[in-house]
Design a protein around this ligand. Structure first.
Ligand code: ATP
Length: 379
């Protein structure tokens, strides 16, 4: 099998459930050995897309290919894919070993090699010695690993993971993110995961596909999505973003926003006229250092919130725009106090001008500072 053949190809795939269009005209290729995450808010179509790859749903129009073979109407058990479901779907009355071996048993693999395989997979997911344990006696994280072992024992070309870390507490989630990434690197199997958690998507994946209203908004490596979002939606969904509305103007492609004149990178496809400028909170410099930045303004500090690793500084520019900045604690910079006057600035390369969106997508024109997308994510 040539490595040039994509592991999974979706060709102009749409999926409708009656009146509802869950997926609309998505074409995308997943590379062999890649860890791709489908990211988007609730109802954006992530799970449907995963189920289309796994064969649990079939497209209304379009085609699904696995390693170049058209599997559009093929049921899940005849595809080279295996799914770890959100609820894990373990058999509660069976031992860990029996759960892991189950797929092999259905395939008629004899006892001894079956057990050998199960033990090998349990070792791989860090559950050595758990073969005889009852699954009902395991912690959430251990059950997660059993589900992974059970799917991987079938040696699928593609492992599909539906919200793999939902239900785990935050600390353990982070640990499992690293473990999943390491497991992926060791196995070389193609992983496709679904999550609504942007931090999880960024930390685990080779590439992230951002979905919105059933459409593919942008796909790329985490750094690219963070540094060079193509739309306001992606800028706001991945990390935190300050968004300033205004106009891109000739000459010199400067951005003007209610009395401010700014220099920034310009995303491809953005022309002169209404646009949105995005700058990340951690790229805003406050104090004497700001004088050296391309864009610099006078502001008043409205609120300061201590968050441990960073201090969140809410600023009101003299022109009225509101911005949120993050300053690292413990550094040389002095943390400004609420009510003080400061100079703020950022480098042109740290901000990007994005296309303006149709009015229906602008949640609140008055609110220039968007809240952290993590706090708005569902569940
Ligand atoms: P969540 O994060 O909430 O799971 P999601 O991004 O995975 O959301 P999907 O579950 O794929 O979204 O749903 C996309 C759209 O399709 C939603 O509007 C949903 O209500 C609809 N939908 C999904 N499955 C079905 C179904 N079997 N019948 C009818 N509508 C469905």
């Amino acid at each position: 099998m040539s490595a040039d053949v994509p592991e999974v190809s979706l060709v102009e795939v749409s999926k409708r459930f009656g009146e509802i269009t869950a997926i609309e005209d998505i074409s995308l290729e997943i590379r062999q050995g890649e860890f791709l995450t489908l990211l988007g808010p609730s109802g954006s179509g992530k799970t449907t897309l995963l189920r289309l790859i796994g064969g649990f749903e079939h497209p209304t129009t379009g085609r699904v290919l696995i390693r170049g073979e058209d599997v559009t109407g093929v049921p899940p058990n005849r595809r080279n894919t295996s799914t770890v479901f959100q609820d894990l779907a373990l058999f509660p009355h069976m031992s860990v070993g029996r759960n892991v071996e189950y797929g092999l048993m259905l395939r008629g693999v004899p006892d001894a090699p079956r057990r050998e395989q199960a033990e090998r997979l349990l070792h791989l997911v860090g559950l050595e010695g758990f073969y005889r344990r009852n699954v009902s006696r395991l912690s959430g994280g251990q059950r997660q690993r059993v589900a992974l072992a059970r799917s991987l024992v079938l040696e699928p070309a593609v492992l599909l993971l539906d919200e793999p870390l939902t239900g785990l507490d935050e600390k353990f989630r982070e640990q499992m993110q690293v473990e999943l990434k390491n497991l992926h690197a060791r196995l070389g199997t193609t992983f496709v995961a679904v999550t609504h958690n942007q931090e999880e998507a960024l930390s685990m994946s080779d590439r992230v596909a951002v979905l919105r209203d059933g459409r593919l908004e942008q796909i790329g490596p985490p750094g690219e999505l963070y540094e060079a979002p193509r739309t306001e939606f992606v800028a706001d969904f991945i990390g935190s973003a300050n968004l300033l509305r205004g106009d891109l103007a000739e000459p010199g492609m400067t951005f003007r926003s209610h009395g401010l004149v700014l220099r920034a990178r310009v995303a491809s496809g953005v022309g002169v006229g209404p646009a949105v400028l995005m700058v990340r909170p951690e790229r805003i410099v406050i104090g004497p250092e700001a004088a050296r930045q391309t864009n610099r303004y006078e502001a008043r500090v409205d609120t300061v919130i201590y968050k441990g690793a960073v201090v969140e500084v809410y600023l009101v520019l003299d022109t009225g725009q509101r911005l949120r900045a993050h300053q690292r604690t413990g550094g040389a910079q002095q943390i400004p106090s609420a009510g003080s006057r400061v100079t703020v600035g950022w480098d042109a390369g740290d901000s990007i001008v994005l296309p303006s969106v149709p009015a229906r997508h602008v949640a609140d024109e008055r609110e220039e500072v968007k809240s952290d997308s993590r706090s708005r994510a569902p569940r």
